[in-house]
Design a protein around this ligand. Structure first.
Ligand code: NDP
Ligand code: OXD
Length: 316
């Protein structure tokens, strides 16, 4: 009896060296690194990060696309993505990293890290008033895999936590808001805004001056703070700078940018109240992410359902 053929994989990556992904995937599958431009009917699965536009359309027998990332906006920059299921990353390791990043940045804004760093450079010995965590309200835009975990850890630290999502949510301890109607009351009740939304046509540019000016202006921290670890194109950087300058925003922690890497001439780099990290909030570690992809390929070939599927209509 012959063994059924195991599907072949195209690994299509731009922006970083995919060698580790290649090594891990090719332990179990036949992997093609770059197509030569011609149609390739031998490919069953595509594992992609910012694939070259048009490359997937040349795979007539493609069955599943796997995103190297929780976000899938990088896939839709290509307007010829075949209508096959798209699986995104949901991984404990990535969720934990994001939870750490969010809690680190919230605590730094809450405990006035920017002020103390400035005081230290001037050798100033001064203790400002420190509000307790339960007076501070953290609002999380995007109560998905990452937002929900971060919210749980912030609750355990004693913060008051609000969440905003597309559909209604009921999560113990979290004041939940949803949709257009819920956005203003959510912002009005928020001192530290954490953005963990996916980038879709509905969220593009959502973090703009109008949104920032609806954050609670008279809260215990002396002004609202912004943390964006979702996607850079969710924010308008000129609006963030304007809000920082005119006092609508006190501080910002930005992990993602409209254009990455952040240009050396961007004023965000040197702004004393902006904390910059290079899209490093939650690293996509292939050692943790490739094995579940391979398991899903095996399961798919046994006729089992795929997990962590993207809703193409919603865009995430
Ligand atoms: P999920 O899909 O699990 O959650 C997305 C959340 O956003 C959901 O709560 C969803 O609402 C909400 N949402 C989506 N669209 C809207 C909308 N139009 N209005 C209101 N709420 C909306 O995603 P994850 O939590 O896994 O990841 C979130 C994002 O984090 C990724 O898309 C990616 O861009 C980013 N990311 C960044 C990383 C980094 O290193 N900086 C690393 C990993 C991810 P609902 O619950 O109703 O569906
Ligand atoms: C992701 C990312 O989407 O790394 O996973 O940004």
């Amino acid at each position: 009896m012959s063994t059924p053929q195991r599907g072949r994989v195209l690994l299509s990556v731009t922006g970083f060296n995919p060698q580790r992904w290649y090594d891990l995937l090719s332990q179990e599958r036949d992997v093609v690194l770059e197509p030569d431009g011609a149609e390739d009917p031998s490919i069953d699965y595509a594992v992609v990060w910012k694939q070259q536009p048009g490359v997937l359309a040349k795979l007539p027998n493609l069955k599943v696309i796997f995103s190297i990332g929780a976000g899938v906006d990088h896939i839709f920059n290509d307007d010829q993505v075949p209508d096959v299921p798209i699986v995104r990353v949901v991984a404990e390791n990535l969720t934990q990293y994001m939870c750490e990043y969010v809690n680190w940045r919230v605590l730094d804004h809450h405990r006035q890290g920017a002020l103390y760093r400035t005081q230290q450079t001037k050798k100033v010995w001064h203790e400002p008033r420190q509000p307790p965590a339960n007076e501070v309200s953290v609002g999380i835009m995007g109560l998905g895999q990452l937002g929900t975990r971060a919210a749980g850890a912030l609750l355990a630290l004693g913060f008051s936590v609000n969440g905003w999502s597309r559909t209604p949510k009921e999560i113990d301890g979290i004041a939940s808001y949803h949709g257009e109607d819920g956005l203003t009351p959510f912002l009005n009740a928020t001192d530290i805004l954490v953005v963990l939304l996916p980038l879709t046509p509905a969220t593009d540019g959502i973090v703009n001056y109008g949104l920032l000016s609806r954050l609670r202006q008279d809260g215990p921290l002396g002004g609202p703070c912004l943390i964006n670890a979702g996607r850079g194109k969710l924010q308008r950087e000129a609006d963030i700078l304007r809000a920082l300058e005119d006092g609508v925003l006190k501080e910002a922690s930005l992990d993602v940018f409209e254009s990455e890497p952040l240009a050396s001439e961007s004023p965000l780099w040197e702004h004393p109240r902006v904390f910059v990290t290079p899209h490093a909030a939650a690293t996509s570690d292939p050692a943790h992410l490739a094995p579940p992809m391979l398991r899903q390929m095996d399961a798919f070939e046994r006729g089992e359902p795929l997990e962590n599927l993207v809703d193409r209509k919603a865009g995430y």
